[in-house]
Write a protein that binds this ligand. Structure first.
Ligand code: ADP
Ligand code: MG
Ligand code: MG
Length: 208
């Protein structure tokens, strides 16, 4: 399994498919603690990503993520657009113009991307945001940096899915859900759920 531009295009196409399939669920999660648009926001964004990548496929991993980032930022109105845009832009930028990357380089780059999300949104672990899936995913990936992509990405997926589930008892401290204060407790964060989908698509791209 080579982590080249083709792999990254498969990852993004798989994310678009996963978001499309789960859009209603993401929007439902965004109803009690948000404005019920997370699924439609990301569906629009990742459909644009998939279309752009098909039209003009970049030939490096960094190029793929840069193009995906631009599409998300220009098509998603909600908070998640700039945040996911930042994640992919900074992750991709860390790859430079490498034709392929290792699992260890991927882990390091994704950490740079997740840190940039934290900085842009002013959020930290435990604030009930997408970071609560991304950061455990990065940790697991880093711990598995010596493994095959299939094994390492499956570990990242599992950690992100656990992280998303673990947002249920948290009180939101950032984003719209934070306006609800205590009433945000008891609901799974939509952004953490979509971040788990992103890492699930990553694992699937390496498994297929
Ligand atoms: P909006 O809240 O503008 O409608 P979305 O519904 O698309 O945007 O996305 C909401 C998700 O974005 C939240 O569930 C949360 O995970 C994430 N989010 C919101 N604000 C922040 C922030 N400051 N830092 C990190 N993630 C955030
Ligand atoms: Mg919303
Ligand atoms: Mg909104």
């Amino acid at each position: 399994m080579t982590l080249d531009a083709e792999f990254f295009r498969r990852w993004m196409a798989g994310t678009a498919a996963a978001v499309e399939a789960d859009a209603d669920r993401l929007t439902e999660l965004d109803s009690p603690i948000g404005d019920a648009d997370h699924g439609s926001n990301l569906r629009r964004g990742f459909a644009a990503v998939a279309a752009a990548l098909e039209k003009e496929p970049p030939d490096t991993p960094g190029g793929v993520l840069a193009l995906a980032s631009r599409q998300l930022i220009s098509t998603v109105g909600g908070a998640s657009g700039p945040l996911y845009g930042m994640l992919l832009r900074r992750t991709g930028k860390t790859f430079g113009d490498a034709a392929q990357v290792s699992v260890a380089e991927f882990a390091q780059a994704l950490r740079v991307g997740a840190d940039a999300v934290a900085q842009l949104g002013g959020a930290a672990a435990g604030d009930k945001t997408m970071l609560d899936a991304l950061l455990p995913g990065v940790e697991a990936l880093d711990a598995a940096r010596g493994e095959e992509p299939r094994v390492a990405f499956a570990a990242a997926r599992d950690a992100a899915e656990s992280g998303a589930l673990a947002t249920v008892p948290l009180r939101a401290r950032k984003g719209r859900a934070s306006y609800l204060g205590e009433r945000s407790v008891g609901h799974q964060d939509p952004g953490a759920t979509s971040s788990a989908l992103l890492l699930r698509a990553l694992a699937e791209a390496a498994a297929g």
